[in-house]
Design a binder for this molecule. Structure first.
Ligand code: ATP
Ligand code: MG
Length: 215
């Protein structure tokens, strides 16, 4: 939990990864671990979103949260925050970052995000404020145009004084959409998600048409 940072006496480097995590998959985890290592981050906090402004979510947010918790358990440096799923109103990244900065003013924040999200950042609420609150690390994601992303990153640096890096991560062409469609069509998701997440999905009958599918 983010809360465990109270009382730290040295400036910590805190990675933050927001997402719908519907469900969390190995590309999320590999990206977080790779960037934690590259930037010498002390921790990475996963923050599953509650009611995302850009997506219509039908799957219970607690299922999504539980799967993130199951995934983070095996890594001492991975934490999960329930800040957004417990909010009544829509959750926006800027509000979450403000909360973290206010609560933990000594942490250096690194917001980890895929290049698809980087390219959409200007549509986020108070997006300029996001750049003031955290350094942004954009993980190059397969299937997302690199040139377009590089151009955007350059523009963000020039126009908004944004501190944004674009980083190559071991290329994993996995998305939650792909996982959901494989479950729906009875195909294997082994090695695409942590085994505990795979078990959780089957145990709760998630992503089966007519049970708790979405989209
Ligand atoms: P969906 O298909 O439902 O959109 P997703 O796989 O994109 O799911 P999200 O929860 O939307 O997962 O993404 C959370 C964060 O993880 C975003 O910043 C996204 O860009 C990043 N991300 C997801 N998959 C990858 C990947 N394969 N490589 C790098 N970053 C990724
Ligand atoms: Mg996505």
């Amino acid at each position: 939990k983010v809360e465990s940072f109270i009382g730290s006496d040295r400036k910590m480097k805190l990675g933050i990864m927001g997402g719908t995590f519907n469900p969390i998959h190995n590309a999320h985890l590999a990206t977080a671990e790779f960037i934690k290592d590259k930037y010498n981050l002390d921790k990475v906090v996963f923050i599953p979103t509650g009611d995302p402004p850009h997506k219509k979510i039908i799957l219970d947010k607690f299922h999504r949260y539980n799967m993130v918790v199951l995934s983070a358990m095996k890594n001492d440096d991975f934490f999960v925050s329930d800040f957004e799923i417990n909010k009544k109103e829509q959750s926006y990244t800027v509000d979450t970052l403000r909360y973290i900065v206010e609560t933990y003013p000594n942490e250096e924040l690194y917001f980890i995000t895929g290049s698809d999200a980087i390219n959409q950042i200007e549509s986020w609420k108070d997006f300029r404020e996001n750049f003031r609150l955290a350094k942004f690390i954009g993980a190059i994601r397969p299937g997302i145009g690199i040139l377009e992303t590089q151009e955007n990153v350059e523009r963000f640096r020039n126009d908004y004084c944004a501190d944004v890096d674009l980083v190559y991560v071991p290329s994993l062409e996995i998305s939650s959409t792909y996982i959901r469609s494989r479950v729906m069509t009875n195909k294997s998701i082994k090695y695409l998600v942590p085994s505990r997440v795979e078990e959780y999905i089957y145990e709760h009958g998630l992503y089966k048409r007519g049970v708790s599918c979405n989209e």
